[in-house]
Design a protein around this ligand. Structure first.
Ligand SMILES: [Mg+2]
Length: 254
């Protein structure tokens, strides 16, 4: 055996013995000729966003605009919502519902029950890769043209059949209540116990939402489930017996 060959054998043996080297050998970077690329991995970014590991982000990274667009318009987003909704239903049907009408399910509106995707898919919005424009977004709300999110609409109907009362708790300002209410009714959300809009002085997302949930519980309601696309829908006090997070890689509300 030549010295060169012996060296090669020893090198391979060392690589196999070391788990780190093994992982490196088994995970080449496709399309980058084996070199590490510096570009952001958008799937990792989305996972970190959904798990609240990345917080207070202002917009979708430019490098991930296409990724987020394909995710939102493709099948994966719908499948992800459907799975959350199915889990929520499995949980809900195992609960004992009291007949006093006080078992409530709290739903957020934007990107939880109603989709703003037709707006977010515009070139001027770029799935959240362009900074938020309140004037343009509010004009979109006035159109009352947001579609329902199918998985959540199905869950809403099933929860009502189980005997839950529905509370919509939204960050939408009360000034847009008429348009939003019209939109919700048009897409199938036809009844609710309460639909709470944000008033002036209500504070940030998490402060506002926990205060309203606290008021619900003080009024005798039991929040058995709570579903939202933002962690600020689900964190804080009086969050509910169980919370469900639906995906939203397009924007962050604290
Ligand atoms: Mg929302």
């Amino acid at each position: 055996m030549s010295i060169t060959l012996l060296f090669l054998v020893l090198t391979i043996a060392t690589s196999v013995a070391s788990p780190l080297n093994q992982i490196h050998l088994l995970k080449p970077h496709p399309g980058s000729a084996g070199h590490k690329h510096s570009k952001l991995n958008c799937l990792s970014w989305r996972l970190a966003v959904e798990t609240n590991n990345i917080q207070k982000w202002k917009q979708v990274p430019e490098a991930c605009e296409n990724y987020v667009g394909h995710y939102m318009l493709g099948k994966q987003y719908r499948k992800d919502v459907d799975l959350v909704a199915a889990e929520a239903y499995e949980y809900a049907k195992g609960l004992n519902i009291t007949k006093d009408g006080k078992d409530v399910w709290v739903f957020d509106i934007d990107e939880t029950t109603l989709s703003n995707l037709p707006y977010y898919a515009r070139d001027t919005v770029a799935f959240g890769a362009i900074p938020y424009n309140a004037t343009a977004f509010n004009a979109w709300i006035e159109e009352a043209a947001g579609p329902a999110i199918p998985g959540t609409l199905k869950l809403y109907k099933r929860l009502i059949k189980l005997g839950f009362k529905i509370v919509f708790l939204t960050g939408t300002e009360a000034a847009y209540a008429e348009a939003r209410t019209k939109n919700m009714k048009a897409i199938g959300y036809t009844k609710w116990e309460k639909l709470i809009y944000k008033e002036e002085g209500d504070g940030s997302g998490v402060v506002y939402k926990q205060a309203k949930r606290k008021a619900l519980e003080e009024a005798g309601y039991r929040i058995r489930g709570n579903m939202g696309d933002q962690w600020s829908d689900l964190l804080g006090t009086n969050a509910g017996d169980r919370v469900f997070k639906v995906p939203d890689p397009m924007y962050y509300i604290g």
